[in-house]
Design a protein around this ligand. Structure first.
Ligand code: AKG
Length: 337
């Protein structure tokens, strides 16, 4: 696959479009009718699982119930909400707000961090490098938290002054939580508790943060803040905006390491004309050069490996070249049967 050097067209910051008070959005952001947000949602009938992780330190019955709830949510949804997860609420609030302040700084301060598709690190406004592709209504900041060799404070915002310290603290608490969840996910698959963490590279796992900024949009019914996709990594911890909704999830497909026993949810983000939205997606990923394949214990004659082996780097490059496209990218990799 070719190396991604630069964006195919000059980058336009969505925030500057929003702030210019255009009554209509440029054509590049108008999605085909089939991809536009549907206004009548069946959300009223659907209950996204909400799991109290406090149950993991409760008595045996509570522990077993909580483990089952997580197992069901991973198999049926690939997505769940958690409470009593141990991450400080004050820290979550401060980290999200410091990022909001980052995006509200003058453009010159943010442009210093303008990113390229080579690593995606920094301040960005598009995913994918296809010339003429339709674009999403959002800007973002992407950074590496782990491994240590990729973590570089010089690439993190120097302002607001507390930003780097908050990212450090937030990342530390999220890595701990991911470690706990990896054990639970392993046990629920009938694997040793350290299985998934080791398969991800043990101490050398990767962790990245993408902070999404969805500016107000004059025609939210024609576009998306983030097109439908499923995250390429192992697990994502999402901190949504505390008062502006936007995330939509679909009950969808596969997760490679578990040979599709666990789902990787397809999701997208809608925008609105009244309020901006900020979300923090923390990606817990396999070490980039490890070969990813299903756990041997989960492959049987009846359930052969669904995908060919590949490294996480190869897979991510595949996704990054074409940008978010629902599940089509993972589907296209399926082994012939
Ligand atoms: O903004 C959101 O709620 C979701 C963000 C997301 O899906 C992502 O960053 O991959």
């Amino acid at each position: 696959m070719s190396c991604l050097k630069d964006w195919p067209e000059p980058i336009v910051r969505v925030q500057s479009l929003s702030e210019s008070s255009l009554p209509v959005i440029p054509d590049r952001y108008i999605k085909p009718p089939s991809d536009r947000p549907s206004m009548e949602s069946g959300a009223g009938e659907v209950n996204i699982p909400l799991i109290d992780l406090g149950g993991l330190v409760g008595n045996d019955t509570l522990f077993a119930t909580t483990m089952n709830q997580i197992s069901d949510a991973c198999r049926e949804w690939g997505f769940f909400q958690i409470v009593n997860h141990g991450v400080s609420h004050d820290l979550m609030h401060k980290t999200r707000e410091v990022w909001r302040q980052f995006f509200h700084q003058p453009i010159e301060l943010k442009q210093v961090y303008a990113n390229s598709p080579k690593t995606y690190e920094g301040y960005g406004s598009r995913l994918g490098v296809e010339k003429g592709a339709l674009l999403d209504w959002s800007d973002y900041f992407f950074l590496h938290y782990l491994p240590w060799s990729l973590k570089d404070h010089k690439k993190w915002p120097a302002l607001p002054a507390s930003c780097q310290e908050l990212i450090e603290e937030y990342g530390d608490q999220l890595v701990k939580l991911c470690g706990i969840l990896m054990k639970i996910l392993s046990l629920n698959l009938g694997l040793r508790e350290e299985f998934l963490q080791n398969a991800f590279g043990g101490e050398d796992i990767g962790a990245c943060l993408r902070v999404n900024f969805y500016p107000k949009c004059p025609q939210p019914d024609l576009t998306l803040g983030l097109s439908s996709h499923s995250d390429p990594g192992g697990m994502t911890l999402l901190l949504p905006d505390d008062h502006v909704a936007g995330l939509q999830v679909r009950k969808g497909d596969n997760w490679v390491l578990s040979n599709a026993i666990y789902k990787s949810v397809e999701h997208r983000v809608i925008v609105n004309s009244i309020e901006e939205r900020v979300s923090l997606a923390f990606f817990y990923n396999p070490k980039s050069d490890l070969l990813i394949e299903p756990a041997k214990e989960l492959v049987t004659p009846d359930q052969p490996a669904l995908y060919p082996q590949m490294t996480y780097n190869e897979y991510r490059l595949y996704i990054r070249t074409r940008g978010p496209r629902g599940k089509s990218q993972v589907e296209s990799l399926k082994s012939p049967r």
